[in-house]
Design a protein around this ligand. Structure first.
Ligand code: COD
Ligand code: ATP
Length: 200
């Protein structure tokens, strides 16, 4: 039986940093952010629906989605965020389910689903365990502002648009503390993997 590990956390808490490590270890990772980008590529039904709702002003000159512009709209307006979620989440979930089915058919022992909004969309039901990548609010703010070049206000809005990270941590089976170095974080993942292998 393939074990499905859900990987979640808050915006900029370090999910990609952890999923890159799983990939280095040759463990397949389904990346929800990547799938979310694919469903709104040029000439997709997803992008057409997004344009119908948000208008052509959310496009760049080359016809691609202006992600920065759409981000500014949805992270500042709950109704617009819910509208976008309503448009794209169905297809994202279908693609994730399809990938999980395909990987399960390969009889792999472990696969990882990296889903930022895992609890928000109730995907814990589809996981054998959930791992939350946790950092303090201050660290999350600092890393988010630096990585995405955001003001304090913009970073706060983005963090507030998600379930509080502490609630995700409390709901999850495993917490990875990503406050210290990346090396330290990797050691915690190693520990989980070694327990996983011993108990299989
Ligand atoms: C708004 C968009 C265009 C901004 O694109 P951008 O390239 O700037 O960011 P990216 O997609 O890399 O997302 C960065 C992070 O933002 C957070 N985030 C993204 N969408 C949402 C959302 N709808 N609600 C809350 N947080 C979100 C996640 O933590 C994600 O990891 C994009 O995030 C998007 O299409 N979101 C809707 C799809 C979605 O819910 N994605 C989350 C994974 S399923
Ligand atoms: N332990 C760490 N020490 C220092 N910087 C870190 C650490 N972990 C991650 N970072 C940096 O913090 C930022 C956020 O990390 P990462 O992109 O992995 O988060 P994420 O949870 O995948 O974000 P998102 O939800 O936006 O996709 C990145 O710039 C990353 O390089």
């Amino acid at each position: 039986m393939t074990f499905v590990l859900g990987l979640t956390g808050g915006i900029a808490s370090g999910k990609s940093t952890v999923s890159e490590y799983f990939l280095e270890k040759k463990i397949p990772v389904i990346d929800a952010d990547k799938i979310a980008k694919e469903v709104v590529e040029p000439r997709t039904p997803g992008l057409s629906k997004v344009i119908s709702h948000f208008g052509t002003s959310i496009l760049q000159n080359n016809g691609e989605l202006d992600r920065k512009k759409l981000g500014t709209i949805i992270f500042n307006n709950e109704a617009e965020r819910m509208a976008l979620n309503e448009i794209v989440h169905g297809e994202i979930e279908q693609r994730i389910d399809q990938l999980v089915d395909e990987l399960k058919r390969e009889s792999l022992s472990l696969i990882v689903m990296d889903i930022p909004l895992l609890y928000e969309v109730d995907y814990q039901e589809k996981c054998d365990e959930v791992m939350t990548v946790f950092v303090s609010h201050q660290t999350q703010m600092t890393r988010l502002m630096k990585r995405d070049n955001l003001s304090e206000e913009e970073a706060t809005e983005r963090i507030k648009s998600q379930m509080p990270l502490i609630d995700k941590a409390l709901l999850s089976d495993v917490i990875i503390d990503n406050e210290a170095s990346i090396e330290n974080t990797r050691l915690q993942v190693d520990r989980w993997l070694s327990i996983f292998e011993q108990t299989r």
